[in-house]
Design a protein around this ligand. Structure first.
Ligand SMILES: NC(=O)c1ccc[n+]([C@@H]2O[C@H](COP(=O)([O-])OP(=O)(O)OC[C@H]3O[C@@H](n4cnc5c(N)ncnc54)[C@H](OP(=O)(O)O)[C@@H]3O)[C@@H](O)[C@H]2O)c1
Length: 308
């Protein structure tokens, strides 16, 4: 399994990670099978968020850890917080909310620390000084080791980084063959077509320069959770090429779609969302595939893109 040094630190983890957003739908026994498969596949990084399944994903994860008899330190465990759902709806980075969020996560998962905790989506009412207090308390109490953000643009990132003592190691962002805004606009600089729109303030280049690890979420989805592009008749050209490359590398389409993200020199991590053990193994096989530059571009073209 390819390894990644997270945020330029000495913390090294698997390049392919498993997200548990969809774990709420599983029984603890099925979830235990999923975790066992992750370990067999050399995936040692788990991504969660306090809001997944309204907390149920983390409860099932905690039960599955016990059922599979997996020791806490066999995984690096990350979760996210700052989104309020249910009767109320807002983003909330207030100190008390973040402290409560982490306590809730630890209790549901049945663990006593998180390897990393991310702020899930930028809160326009964020007060960086207050977040800094929360991070200090969480770190000093031993409840959280590392910190990061998710879906932040560079200005939001810098605003926060200027106040917190801890280096923000991670920014989790949507990126896949079918969601390439982070690279499209760079190739269309100073043009007037829609691909020239910079949707994120240059977050890819910023992250590379600052050595922030981008965690690519939803690697097999198109749109905003519109569906899976792998084996989808809506994308015949792309699937034909994925199949051809899968044959060449003696692997499968999910592995090629994952390898396409891993091939980018930003050294991203990929957060898989599948809860199917076979697909977890298949996607982890991406670690053995290094696409050529031309293959990487050909996949980009097959997804409906072109060069200016
Ligand atoms: N930071 C954020 O804002 C954010 C947002 C969303 C997600 N995330 C993180 O990213 C992780 C991954 O997100 P995701 O679940 O949307 O990612 P994904 O891996 O792109 O999608 C997983 C879904 O696609 C299905 N799937 C995958 N390959 C398939 C295939 N070949 N044929 C048919 N179905 C296939 C899976 O079904 P099966 O389970 O049946 O395989 C599952 O329902 C989440 O768990 C979460 O940790 C973060």
């Amino acid at each position: 399994m390819l390894q990644r040094k997270i945020g330029g630190s000495h913390w090294e983890t698997s390049a392919v990670a498993l997200g548990i957003m969809r774990m709420a739908a599983l029984t603890p026994t099925k979830a235990a099978e999923v975790l066992d498969t992750a370990i067999e596949s050399k995936i040692n990084f788990i991504d969660s968020a306090d809001m997944y399944g309204d907390g149920k994903s983390e409860e099932i994860f905690g039960a599955a850890l016990k059922e599979a008899n997996i020791a806490r330190d066999q995984f690096y465990i990350q979760s996210k917080g700052g989104i309020v759902t249910g009767d109320e709806k807002r983003y909330d980075f207030s100190k008390q909310h973040l402290l409560d969020s982490v306590d809730g996560i630890l209790e549901r998962m049945g663990i006593d620390y998180l390897d990393s905790y991310l702020l899930h989506r930028p809160d326009p009412l964020m007060e960086p000084e207050e977040i800094a207090e929360a991070f200090d308390l969480l770190q000093a109490s031993g409840k959280v080791r590392h910190f990061g953000v998710s879906n932040f643009n560079p200005e939001q990132f810098q605003l926060l980084q200027a106040q917190v003592d801890q280096k923000l190691l991670i920014n989790q962002l949507q990126f896949s063959i079918m969601h390439t805004g982070m690279i499209d606009y760079g190739m269309h600089t100073n043009m007037t077509d829609t691909r020239s729109f910079d949707h994120d303030g240059g977050v890819l280049e910023f992250s590379r320069r600052k050595k922030v690890t981008i965690q690519a979420w939803s690697p097999f989805q198109y749109g905003f959770f519109e569906g899976v592009f792998v084996d989808n008749d809506k994308f015949p050209e792309l699937n034909e090429l994925l199949a051809k490359l899968a044959k060449k590398y003696d692997t499968n389409k999910n592995a090629i779609a994952t390898a396409w993200i891993l091939r980018h020199p930003a050294n991203m991590q990929v957060i898989l969302g599948t809860m199917n053990p076979t697909r977890i193994k298949e996607s982890a096989a991406s670690s053995d595939v290094v696409l050529t530059k031309q293959e990487w571009y050909d996949v980009y073209f097959a997804a409906g893109n072109d060069l200016p």
